[in-house]
Design a protein around this ligand. Structure first.
Ligand code: BDR
Ligand code: CA
Length: 318
């Protein structure tokens, strides 16, 4: 039986690739997408998710909007660096038809809480943006943190941050929210920069999508080529773009793609290390560990799965 999945996306180019990975995985049943702010405004992210679902013929998947800014702020503006990496529309200026559907009336937080109550161990939640929505769900329902299974893209334990020496972009948006998630959630797998910057894509792969000559293939190639170009400027030493968000979905399908360490985590919220994800010194000796942090990844196996699933998904003619 397919495992149910909810993706919490700030859609975003690699978020789009994560959604495509989930849609292309028979092991998963995508029961909903929740939209957060981050790479884009929440309404842009929701629009992108709806448009991508429509492109791949999945109008049956509902989309819910989450909070539109961080807990400690009263508004949100897209950072210049996010626009540079993901484009002003979040999908690398790729053009998709205006979606026919809108977000559901129900809030992302209510959908998450109800789904964990209903499906328990049969559900995995994959957040690939700021932790604001998940933190709100934890506060909304006291059983959520106990019962939710979370595989998140965010943080950096053994590698430097990507927006500051300490902070990874998703955590940087709302460190208090990620801290709450780490301290309260009982089953979190952290897929951070330690592993996602080892999984890189180049134009050699996107050419395969373009050559399909399908709407899906053209979209994946257009958006990802924009992302690869941005990486050529921001991180030329890597030689490709980081497949951050799709790796988290891949691990939700197959945890053996990464090696992890068991650890109780926290997020620094004060001073110059604000946004750092690190072991919680107060729970170092607690025999119960609530997080697994990925520190190694089978790069070739992941890239093989990634290309096979996305290429098959994008092969549909219309
Ligand atoms: C994360 O930040 C966002 O820009 C990406 O979509 C990814 O989720 C990488 O640090
Ligand atoms: Ca993201």
């Amino acid at each position: 039986m397919a495992r149910k999945i909810i993706l919490d996306l700030d859609t975003g180019i690699d978020d789009a690739l994560a959604l495509a990975y989930a849609l292309g995985s028979d092991e998963l049943e995508v029961i909903g997408v929740t939209g957060t702010y981050g790479n884009v405004l929440v309404e842009t992210g929701v629009r992108n998710s709806l448009a991508i679902l429509e492109l791949f013929g999945r109008d049956d998947v509902p989309v819910f909007a989450g909070p539109d800014h961080a807990r400690k702020r009263d508004s949100f503006e897209v950072l210049e660096i996010s626009e540079f990496i993901h484009g002003t529309n979040g999908i690398g200026e790729a053009v998709l038809p205006e979606p026919k559907r809108h977000a559901e009336k129900k809030s992302a937080v209510d959908f998450l809480v109800e789904s964990v109550r209903k499906y328990g161990d049969d559900l995995v939640i994959v957040p690939t943006g700021p932790s604001t929505t998940i933190a709100a769900a934890i506060e909304a329902d006291e059983d959520f943190a106990k019962n939710a299974h979370i595989v998140m893209m965010g943080g950096a334990l053994t590698a430097p941050g990507n927006v500051s020496a300490w902070a990874e972009a998703n955590v940087n948006q709302d460190p208090e929210a990620t801290n709450l998630l780490f301290r309260r959630a009982q089953d979190v797998t952290m897929i951070g920069l330690d592993v996602t910057l080892q999984t890189l894509l180049t134009t050699k792969e996107t050419t395969q999508w373009r050559e399909l000559g399908t709407p899906g293939g053209t979209f994946l190639a257009d958006a990802t080529d924009y992302y690869i170009k941005a990486y050529e400027t921001t991180a030329p030493h890597l030689g490709g773009c980081g497949l951050h968000d799709p790796l988290a979905v891949a691990v939700a399908v197959d945890p053996s793609l990464v090696t992890t360490i068991d650890i109780n985590m926290k997020t620094e919220v004060d001073g110059c290390t604000r946004g750092r994800t690190i072991a919680d010194e107060e729970r170092l000796n607690d025999p119960v560990k609530t997080a697994k942090v990925a520190v190694g990844v089978d790069v070739q196996r992941f890239l093989g799965e990634f290309m096979q699933r996305l290429t098959a998904l994008a092969s549909a003619k219309a």
